[in-house]
Design a protein around this ligand. Sequence first.
Ligand SMILES: Nc1ncnc2c1ncn2[C@@H]1O[C@H](COP(=O)(O)OP(=O)(O)O)[C@@H](O)[C@H]1O
Ligand SMILES: [Mg+2]
Length: 311
Amino acid sequence: MNAFEAEGLVKRFGTTTALAGIDLAARQGTVLSVLGPNGAGKTTAVRILATLLRADAGRATVAGLDVVRQAARVRRMIGLTGQYASIDEDLTGRENLVLIGRLLDLRGAEAKLRAAELLAGFGLEEAADRKAKTYSGGMRRRLDLAASLVGRPDVIFLDEPTTGLDPAKREDVWGIVRGLVQDGVTVLLTTQYLEEADALADDVSVIDHGRVIAQGSPAELKRIVGGQTVVVRPADPRRLAEAEAVLARVSGRHPERPGRGVVSVAVDGDRAFTEIVATLAAAGIAATELSLHLPSLDEVFFTLTGKEAAA
Ligand SMILES: Nc1ncnc2c1ncn2[C@@H]1O[C@H](COP(=O)(O)OP(=O)(O)O)[C@@H](O)[C@H]1O
Ligand SMILES: [Mg+2]
């Protein structure tokens, strides 16, 4: 059984069609990433699945329970974090988590224990007794995540959990998501970053203007846009042809010269990059630039729709 699924969801706000009939599904214990630009309909879809908003048409279930007719039972199974999180700025991190535990009917001692567990798990022990309004963006995000986990949900909805975070903080959140999945939790994660979907998702649904425009594993999506690119700039420009030969041999493709002293080639995965690095090193070819570029969300969109992604 799918941990959650949505079929034909339609939602209009006045004359805006936020969702034009989308289908989403995730198997238990997997991460489904809903990838799309601002205004694509991500939050609307999450809010419908989380019982906070009613669709105009279509149906959705969580653990086989209908999100409209069995909303109360659905709420007991899910955790939600994102643009409407429930943190009280004037309470400490610990007080916030204990309060949520009490709201979820935990006894006082249990609520305290669960709060302590989560604070430790999310690296918030030191900040536990400071007011949430003093937290940095990354700490705040971790507290949001902790808050959504107090009730040990089976399914968790993370709505753009890393938007606006710097790369190191983003990786902290990724680590937390991976830990959840290891514990058997099913995650719906919305994001604007292909890189994030790539790092975390088993399956990706790309949405734009309230429609699913592509669906598949990260590898399948990357194949649509032509994979990753390795770029090499040899320290000694006279060794460019040798570097080019290495790229050709490892990738099995014809490299390009996108600029002076630079050679690049499309590859199918990170392993090719590792092999290129090792082969260049073995050949004694030093590089001043050596990088692996993922296709950006813009490129995915461009390839899928023939137009630039909405800003
Ligand atoms: N409560 C609302 N009232 C009016 N329009 C809304 C409301 N919520 C969302 N929308 C509109 O619906 C579309 C999808 O929004 P949203 O689901 O928030 O997209 P995303 O989360 O992908 O950025 C946007 O055009 C947005 O302006
Ligand atoms: Mg949103």
